[in-house]
Design a protein around this ligand. Structure first.
Ligand code: G3I
Length: 375
């Protein structure tokens, strides 16, 4: 019995003494004394998007990591209409219910993603052309989905990706059926269902000047209609070079000047070379897998890891500068291995966009972000 106790105590001591340099095992690696969610608790929520396996807590190390490091969660896919409401009277609430419970258990802000989006849209909605039928369908969808989580959702992406890169409204099935009234209709319906949730417009490439102007114009119209809109989600699918810190800052300031909260909703920093002309998150764009686009299959080189760490530090320093405007910063995935960036815009690559590596260990980028709070 005494021997057993001694072995356990030695193991605990060893774990406490480990550093990143002497390669801790996964559980020890999670053992940083201060975590992201604590370090930034007075600044903004630190969120993460979870896939189905992570919501179902299939991997104990990732389950611990999520609970320790983050204080906000978003469903990466399971609350999109094609998954949660695949046909008129069919709703799949099982996995989203588990996410709501997980958020509650760990005292996390539960962010709903997403109510009105042209992509991953249920096929029965994508075939609607009549304006009344579309309005009734959107109303039924929002009432059922936002209504189910009323009181547990802290915020919702009410409308996702409605503006094109040039600032024009996207010719989506919603716009075609209802005209631009669908935008204020969606926000009014969501506010009626859950008046206490913060309601967001969420999009990618939100730092481009033309798109930003189009989003601001659209939001002003939504506000003028009397609809409640509380925030702008800048997705944050960025790379090592683009957008510049100045472009990000200008965008945060201009969106906040609308009287709205700003959230960084889907942050990741792509480290791979991409085919010309592809950026953001337009999933209709893709390119063939070629070696030149996939240079780090055997590991992230030291210089790139450092470059990424510096980039994350610069970005978070900016977020801290504007913490009075920023409500939440959410990473789009738990670790590099399960990021969507391994398959976009080129399928089957080895990318490294997040703060945790494929073994769930904190990367240099993690340390660089945390260092901002330790100065
Ligand atoms: O569910 C099917 C599964 O049944 C099938 O076996 C498998 C085979 O490929 O595909 C599964 O669907 C995939 C789905 O993710 C769920 O894993 C789709 O192929 C895949 O395209 C889809 O990708 C998601 C993408 O949205 C689709 O729009 C990514 O995981 C998700 O990270 C990404 O998230 C979006 C945000 O919602 C909005 N902003 C942009 C962001 C990146 O595109």
């Amino acid at each position: 019995m005494k021997l057993k106790l001694l072995i356990v105590l030695s193991a605990v001591l060893l774990a406490c003494n480990s550093t990143d340099d002497n390669k801790p095992g996964p559980v020890q690696g999670l053992g940083h004394s201060i975590k992201l969610r604590d370090a930034f608790k007075d600044d903004f929520y630190i969120g993460v998007a979870l896939n189905t396996g992570q919501i179902l807590e299939q991997d104990a190390v990732q389950t611990d990591l999520v609970a320790l490091q983050f204080n906000s969660v978003t469903a990466e896919n399971v609350m999109k209409s094609s998954q949660i409401h695949p046909s008129k009277d069919v709703y799949n609430f099982d996995t989203p219910d588990k996410l709501a419970a997980l958020a509650e258990k760990h005292d996390m802000a539960f962010h709903g993603h997403t109510l009105v989006w042209h992509s991953q849209l249920s096929s029965f909605i994508s075939s609607i052309t009549d304006s009344t039928e579309m309005a009734n369908t959107l109303k039924a969808h929002i009432e059922a989905v936002a209504g189910r989580y009323k009181g547990t959702t802290y915020s919702w992406d009410v409308v996702n990706e409605a503006v094109e890169w040039n600032g024009e409204l996207r010719e989506s099935v919603f716009l075609k059926a209802m005209g631009e009234d669908y935008l204020s209709f969606a926000f009014k319906t969501a506010a009626a269902v859950d008046p206490n949730a913060d309601l967001y417009y969420n999009d990618y490439s939100m730092t481009g000047a033309q798109k930003r102007a189009g989003v601001i114009k659209m939001v002003k119209k939504i506000q003028a209609s009397g609809a409640k809109i509380d925030g702008i989600g800048m997705q944050g699918h960025w790379s090592l070079e683009y957008p510049s810190i100045q472009e990000i800052e200008t965008s945060i300031l201009q969106y906040a000047a609308l009287g709205l909260k700003v959230a960084i909703t889907e942050l990741d920093i792509d480290v791979l070379p991409n085919p010309d002309g592809i950026s953001g998150a337009d999933i209709s764009q893709s390119a063939e897998l070629q070696d030149e686009y996939n240079p780090y299959v055997n590991g992230l080189p030291e210089d790139i890891a450092q470059k990424q760490a510096k980039r994350y530090a610069d970005i978070f320093a900016l977020f801290l500068k504007h913490k009075d405007k920023i409500d939440r910063v959410t990473f789009w995935g738990v670790n590099d291995g399960n990021s969507w960036k391994n398959n976009f815009p080129v399928n089957g690559r080895t990318n490294y966009p997040l703060l945790f590596d494929r073994e769930n260990l904190p990367k240099k980028a993690y340390d660089a972000v945390m260092a901002l709070k330790q100065e």
